[in-house]
Design a protein around this ligand. Structure first.
Ligand SMILES: [Zn+2]
Length: 350
């Protein structure tokens, strides 16, 4: 009996000795939506990227950050086993509906079942005036996020049924973190070991790109950034600010347009819209210069296999994964290229 106890004691001691001194940390990046622009193709969700950090034991999900919230984000988050209620912060790159329209749905769901809190941080650009006279306002998007449901009378009805819900609707659950984007990277959010920085980049007024740094790796979310020069002649279609932000980053996630949509290829796609996106080849060249190991192409224009981008036909028919990869290779990048489809994900360290 005594001998057995001693053996058990030894086994327990040995298993303690084998355990690492610190739990292993990981960073996980999941594309929650890869649709480029307002069209919809074969059920793809609108633009969005889930960035998670934590211990391997927690499946990297101690801190959950969502970048952009296109249509269907709620569904993709549920498939990624990260319900809307588990998000710590939401970051928006710009005020285009293909990046924001899922937010009303997400916040409404949080209001239904999470009115007791906590609030979610919404991090985005402060009001950005356009040269045309209007203002791009993330603050107004946030304040009015539940307006349609308030106006329909639904909110009053639900509040009458359950007084525990917040009286102002889903907007009451948003903790607004506005910042004035600059052409140098500035910190906009942090929690524990995770730091998020942002930089102003060109697409529409108020557009920003983000970088997340964690002990397990770093990722840049370019959004729809393009070069400050709105059309050629210029060195690249990519943004110099995004390049600065991405120096030494492990992963770049970026909206992508294939060169086949260019004005020289007869798709009829409007040149100003083509020129304000970053091309797959120029993204490859940028990723090589920044020394990044992984390039995740998302917000693909056109989607793989689509015969059209909205009303514009794809010259030569639907593109394949190899068409995107070879365009990146043309730019000289020989690292890991992930051509985005919904829920593709990458985990660091690999
Ligand atoms: Zn977009």
């Amino acid at each position: 009996m005594k001998k057995h106890l001693l053996q058990l004691y030894t086994v327990v001691l040995m298993s303690f000795a084998a355990a690492p001194a610190f739990a292993e940390q990981c960073l996980q990046i999941t594309l929650t939506g890869t649709q480029g622009g307002p069209p919809v193709f074969q059920g793809q969700a609108g633009a969005g990227t889930l960035v998670q950090y934590g211990t391997v034991e927690s499946n990297c999900s101690d801190i959950n950050l969502q970048f952009d919230t296109g249509r269907g984000t709620t569904q993709r988050l549920s498939q990624a086993k990260t319900p809307v209620g588990k998000l710590h912060a939401i970051f928006l790159t710009h005020m285009h509906s293909d990046h924001t329209e899922g937010l009303a749905d997400m916040m409404q769901l949080r209001w239904h079942f999470g009115s007791g809190g906590p609030k979610v941080d919404l991090v985005c650009s402060a009001d950005a005036p356009s040269p045309a006279g209007h203002v791009l306002s993330c603050a107004k998007l946030a304040v009015h996020i539940g307006d349609a449901f308030i106006q329909s009378g639904e909110m009053a009805q639900r509040l009458a049924e359950n007084k525990k819900r917040l009286p102002g609707g889903p907007a009451d659950l948003i903790n607004l973190n506005l910042f004035n984007p600059e052409k140098k990277a500035t910190e906009v959010w942090n929690k524990d070991d995770v730091v998020v920085t942002a930089i102003a980049s060109r697409h529409i007024p108020g557009h920003v790109s983000y970088r997340v740094d964690t002990p397990a790796g770093s990722v840049v979310i370019g959004g729809d950034a393009g070069n400050d020069a709105p059309k050629p002649p210029r060195d690249s279609s990519t943004s110099a600010q995004v390049e600065k932000l991405a120096m030494g980053a492990d992963v770049i996630v970026h909206s992508t347009i294939h060169p086949v949509m260019g004005p020289d290829k007869d798709s009829g796609f409007p040149p100003p819209i083509y020129f304000r996106q970053s091309s797959a080849s120029d993204l490859g060249a940028m990723a090589k210069r920044t020394g990044s190991k992984h390039l995740m192409l998302t917000h693909l224009i056109p989607p793989m296999a689509a015969k059209q981008q909205g009303p514009y036909p794809i010259p030569g028919g639907g593109l394949t994964e190899d068409d995107y990869k070879s365009a990146v290779l043309d730019g000289g990048f020989d690292g890991n290229v992930i051509v985005g489809t919904d829920l593709k994900s990458l985990r660091l360290p690999q």
